[in-house]
Design a protein around this ligand. Structure first.
Ligand code: OXD
Ligand code: MN
Length: 600
């Protein structure tokens, strides 16, 4: 009997099964009963471990293979017919080669295994904002993660009807060997093939693969925006809520900002923060001419280390139940531990992320501490468990975006906050985003990595066309969100951070909102408007005036170097780069000529 009433879907499943040769095919219906069955099965094979159900109800534990702990950008490809359509920002293969190379690895790879069919919706089921995908996978870990991260199961299948469109997502663990791992996107076929990995970012195909790479490609055709952005709402006691969307490269505290807790000094103002999403925003211009956003996901796939009740109390609350922990320390009592958590590590009997006996203070041959949890260990948790989760998560239309914020980690260059003069200048600001690597990231520490709109690893087509698309979107809006850049990571001469970050960032968001409402003047500089220092509410936060001035210093020489590096980056896109971006680049140089830097 046919698996579903959707003929094209049935046909595709059959074809993929012919290639992968699973012993069995099971349709995921989204029911609690099926989820329990699969959990039991995965626990019986060791794929998952049930954690202490008294202390961590509904929580599970998983270890990935040791060579499979992060997204593998070098094995991630965009397969368009023309190489130039993928752009210098992507690895490229022809679609024929992509299907052939991945097909060889998929061949017979599910023998002795089950293929699960997961119909899922990115965004509320049936919303015109949403996109449907179907993921075929041989991993129960993937199924259980997808059930947290997406709306999945029978209701999606019903919404697809007999012929609804869907993204064809195929995942197979295969042997999890590096030379047999490929994460391939075929945007022109609305198809994703991922093989040889079990790590979330590579295998939860609704997330980076569909909701960013494929969606960005579709968004350009359909005139909307698929962005690597958090969304948060700030509610005043009057009831007015203003929503912000913000893009930061990895390791800049996106999840923390999405779950911000107002600092003590501002608590009298009675703000409430609403978390809409921590990673991805899909945004459309509505008939009112404004920009509206949804979070296509319904869970968090967050970095664990460093999460504690000081850095992110809402995350701590979110992961107390129904959470899957990947690659953290497993305590003998079936609880978990990670570097930077609230608890002391247990002295004896714990296992590290590799499954080896581990205790605090262990060192490797070179005398370096052996971490218990992998630095990129993750929690998968339902968004609705976050105490600040927005009541508009299932609204088919999302939330209206007042401001867009770009950011990065720059020790010396960028001021704490500055505002673009207009949309086009804001697009230039986003296109020139960059971040310096931290010790936790692969590569040379301090090295500047250009990461436009934080989309460099996630834009499913030529980024020159993506910039053009952003410029065109601005023209379509009657009410354009104002665009800002923030840098929480500025340091003084001694390498000390000048700004405390975390909840204190609300003081900067306040200024941003005040600017959007036209309530405060800005100071015009070459790079944009910066605040008058007295316009930032510093109640309860003691930062010397001289440090505040350093936070807003604009050094023309450093900016000249920055502009040289931007020019170099732009040149990679050749003629395809919109002329407007070069015009913005020249206008910035001209403004430095006219206005110089800021004296502070
Ligand atoms: C993520 C990332 O995992 O951006 O969200 O790398
Ligand atoms: Mn991300």
């Amino acid at each position: 009997m046919a698996l579903t009433q959707h003929e094209e879907l049935n046909h595709w499943i059959e074809q993929m099964a012919q290639m992968c040769q699973p012993d069995e095919i099971i349709l995921i219906d989204g029911s609690e009963q099926q989820k329990q069955q699969l959990t039991e099965e995965a626990c019986s094979t060791g794929e998952l471990i049930k954690l202490n159900q008294e202390k961590l109800p509904g929580c599970l534990y998983h270890r990935t293979a040791q060579n499979d702990v992060a997204r593998t950008e070098n094995l991630t490809f965009i397969c368009t017919r023309l190489k130039d359509d993928a752009g210098p920002n992507n690895n490229w293969m022809s679609p024929e080669e992509g299907y052939r190379r991945a097909g060889e690895i998929f061949q017979d790879s599910m023998k002795g295994r089950t293929m699960y069919v997961i119909p899922f919706s990115m965004g509320p089921v049936g919303s015109p904002f949403s996109k449907v995908g179907v993921e075929l996978t041989d991993s129960i870990y993937v199924v259980l993660n997808m059930l947290i991260m997406t709306r999945a199961g029978q209701e999606v299948l019903e919404a697809m009807g007999v012929g609804g469109e869907f993204t064809k997502c195929l995942h197979g663990k295969a042997e999890r060997e590096l030379d047999k791992r490929l994460i391939i996107h075929f945007p022109e076929d609305n198809t994703i093939w991922s093989v040889g990995s079990g790590y979330g970012g590579n295998v939860l195909l609704g997330k980076k693969c569909l909701a960013l790479r494929i969606a960005s490609f579709l968004a350009r055709q359909e005139m909307w925006l698929a962005e690597h952005m958090l969304i948060l709402g700030i509610e005043e006691p009057s009831g007015r809520i203003e929503y912000l969307a913000a893009a930061f490269p990895s390791a800049c505290g996106k999840t923390n900002l999405a779950m911000l807790i107002p600092p003590e000094g501002l608590q009298v103002k009675g703000y409430r923060i609403w978390t809409v999403g921590d990673d991805i925003a899909w945004m459309r211009v509505d008939t009112d001419g404004k920009l509206w956003a949804i979070n296509p996901e319904k869970g968090f796939f967050g970095v664990v280390p460093g999460t504690n009740s000081k850095t992110n109390p809402s995350a701590v609350e979110s992961i107390k139940k129904n959470t899957i922990f990947t690659n953290v320390v497993l305590n003998p009592d079936g609880t978990v531990w990670w570097e930077g958590c609230d608890d002391e590590p247990v002295a004896e009997g714990a296992l590290d992320w590799k499954g080896n006996p581990w205790k605090p203070g262990m060192k490797d041959e070179d005398g370096n501490p052996i971490p218990g949890a992998h630095p990129n260990s993750r929690f998968t948790a339902p968004l609705e468990q976050c105490p600040s989760h927005s009541f508009r998560l299932d609204h088919h239309h999302g939330v209206n975006i007042t401001a867009i914020i770009f950011g990065g980690r720059r020790a010396q260059l960028a001021p704490l906050v500055y505002q673009a003069f207009d949309w086009k200048h804001g697009v230039y600001m986003g296109a020139t985003m960059a971040s310096e690597r931290t010790a936790a990231q692969y590569g040379k520490q301090g090295e500047v990595r250009r990461d436009p709109m934080a989309m460099l690893p996630f834009c499913g087509y030529n980024m020159a066309d993506y910039f053009e698309h952003w410029l065109r979107m601005g023209v379509r809006m009657r009410w354009q969100p104002k665009i800002f850049n923030v840098n929480w990571f500025r340091q003084d001469e001694n390498g000390e951070y000048l700004w405390p970050g975390f909840g204190e960032n609300l003081r900067i968001l306040e200024w941003i909102l005040a600017r959007c409402r036209g309530e405060v003047d800005g100071v015009k500089t070459a790079i944009g408007f910066i605040p008058k220092i007295d316009d930032i509410d510093m109640t309860g936060l003691n930062i010397p005036r001289s440090d505040m001035e350093k936070l807003f210093k604009i050094d023309p020489e450093a900016w000249q170097q920055e502009m040289d590096s931007v020019a170099e980056f732009f040149k990679k896109f050749g003629d395809r780069l919109p002329l407007e971006l070069w015009a913005q680049h020249e206008a910035l140089a001209r403004r430095f000529g006219e206005l110089g830097g800021s004296k502070s």
